[in-house]
Design a protein around this ligand. Structure first.
Ligand code: NAP
Length: 330
């Protein structure tokens, strides 16, 4: 360790849950700023910040503005908002929080899928509005899980946990990844369009970033067909939201359930006005239990880095970054 933990300065740009801030303060000198913008950095911060703990954007200019930065600990498994490629080229470690949120996000996905197909939020609203008493039973839903064929776009940790749950529901599962997964009984499709043609329910849990940007477009939605259901628990940027809103409005697909959006928290009016959407405000992992586990792994990564020179869960782009090659280390 290059110095005692309490002297190590950790910068937290933007929002962070109080539990994480409290635990960070037990170990590090912790400073908060409104967002990760170079203009908000004082000279003292530029001189002293060695770590960033973040739940949002950390771009190249911000990384460059912190000459003593060694590590960016991302709060969450998806780190598309961190410029990890630039961090890697600058010798800065990036960590994320895999596994600890997998089951929670898979649970949420199943809830979102059932709510979307069986219209449960709308049925509850019907009851609360007194319409059950006045008008009689809620109309039968056109959608059902029965007989559905599910495709998973991104069969990684969370995708596999979703697939296990779907198996218990008696639904056949297929998937698309860049690489076939060897130890699963699900049908592999080497391209997304082929998967979309083979199923009527598509769950997106692939990471965000240039490789998946707007991969769900009108062609994919067309392939799902008029009984098609699209669920997005991955990242909003993976979907062409205009094409999705059009497909929902003109009956190209039946319904969509979304937890994530391209420009959060701004949800396009086009999607808000579609009656056949079930919309959640990015709550996939948002329980006290799971977000505290995420915070602990984020902070344990920082503690491990500064005490042993090795992080617990580095992202793929920065596995080669070594503590001893870091700027500011002896
Ligand atoms: P993971 O284990 O890394 O799984 C990602 C999967 O996507 C892998 O199987 C990967 O397989 C596949 N993939 C990656 N890039 C692809 C591409 N260009 N085309 C096709 N498949 C691709 O990650 P995870 O822990 O399951 O998390 C997945 C994502 O869920 C996160 O990145 C995050 O965006 C999202 N998430 C959302 C919430 C929420 O609250 N809504 C919470 C947690 C996570 P190949 O490498 O073989 O392609």
């Amino acid at each position: 360790m290059d110095e005692e933990e309490p002297n190590i300065c950790v910068l937290v740009p933007g929002k962070m849950i109080p539990y994480a801030l409290e635990r960070l303060r037990q170990h590090f000198r912790t400073i908060t700023i409104e967002r990760a913008e170079p203009a908000l950095l004082s000279e003292e911060m530029k001189e002293s910040v060695k770590a960033v703990a973040s739940f949002g954007n950390v771009g190249a200019a911000f990384i460059d503005a912190l000459p003593r930065l060694q590590i960016i600990a991302n709060f969450g498994v998806g780190y598309d908002s961190v410029d990890a490629g630039h961090a890697a080229r600058s010798g800065v470690m990036v960590t994320n929080t895999p596994d600890v949120l997998t089951e929670e996000v898979a649970d949420t996905t199943i809830g979102l899928l059932i709510n979307t197909v069986r219209e449960l939020p709308k049925a509850e609203q019907y009851l609360r509005d007194g319409r059950w008493k006045r008008e009689g039973p809620y109309p039968l839903t056109r959608g059902s899980l029965r007989g559905r064929k599910v495709g998973i776009y991104g069969l990684g940790r969370i995708g596999r946990a979703i697939a296990l749950r779907l198996e218990a529901f008696g639904l056949p599962v297929s998937y698309h990844n860049r690489r076939k997964v060897e130890d699963v009984p699900y049908t592999y499709h080497s391209d997304l369009l082929s998967l979309a043609k083979a199923v009527d329910t598509l769950i997106c849990v692939a990471p965000g970033g240039p490789a998946t940007d707007r991969a769900i477009d009108d062609q994919i939605l067309n392939a799902l067909g008029s009984d098609g259901v699209f669920i997005n628990i991955g990242r909003g940027a993976t979907v062409d939201e205009k094409a999705l809103a059009a497909a929902l409005k003109n009956g190209t697909i039946l319904a969509a359930g979304l937890d994530v959006y391209a420009d959060e928290p701004n949800v396009p009016e086009d999607l808000l006005s579609c009656p056949n959407t079930c919309l959640l405000p990015h709550v996939g992992s948002a329980s006290v239990h799971t977000r505290e586990a995420v915070a602990n792994l984020m902070i344990d990564n920082l503690i491990s880095w500064f005490s042993t020179g090795k992080p617990l869960t580095p992202v793929a782009e920065t596995t080669h970054v070594m503590a001893m090659t870091k700027k500011g280390l002896p």
